[in-house]
Design a protein around this ligand. Structure first.
Ligand SMILES: [Zn+2]
Length: 148
């Protein structure tokens, strides 16, 4: 199935965007089964199992599907919820979609470039001054540590 493009979200578009898979079958061969389940089927990894839950390394987290820079380690904080948590995203890189699955009203977050599922965003929990928690699956992102 061809996914609709969303130019209105306006995230920076890299010149290699045309190289992105166009079908779910193409994504399936490019990703591991767990990455595919989370990124392309909006799955959720089990809490406290992801590789970045407690990571403090300085760097930038990229979309594991397409490589777009999504979150800076500066915005990562300890939420003790079991998933990597960020109180902000790099502007324009993450889009929000209302999600009513599981009988809950939640806001899903996806990569603005490749439309892959990242997790959910929550407001009003009081963790940080920005009062926002982007709750992200480790398998949806890849940390690129700062040089040095
Ligand atoms: Zn992406």
């Amino acid at each position: 199935m061809r996914r609709p493009r969303h130019p209105a979200y306006g995230g920076p578009v890299s010149p290699d965007e045309n190289a992105l898979p166009r079908t779910e079958d193409e994504w399936r061969v490019r990703l591991t089964p767990e990455e595919f389940r989370v990124l392309r089927e909006a799955g959720t990894e089990r809490p406290f199992t992801g590789e970045y839950v407690d990571t403090k390394t300085a760097g930038v987290y990229h979309c594991r599907a397409c490589g777009l820079e999504l979150f800076s380690s500066d915005t990562k904080f300890d939420s003790h919820c079991g998933w990597p948590s960020f109180d902000d995203a790099i502007p324009g890189r993450v889009k929000e979609i209302q999600d009513h699955s599981l009988g809950m009203a939640r806001t899903e977050i996806r990569c603005a470039r490749c439309d892959s599922h990242l997790g959910h965003v929550f407001h009003g929990e009081g963790f940080t001054p920005k009062d926002t928690r982007h709750c992200v699956n480790s398998v949806s992102i890849r940390l690129e540590p700062n040089p040095g």
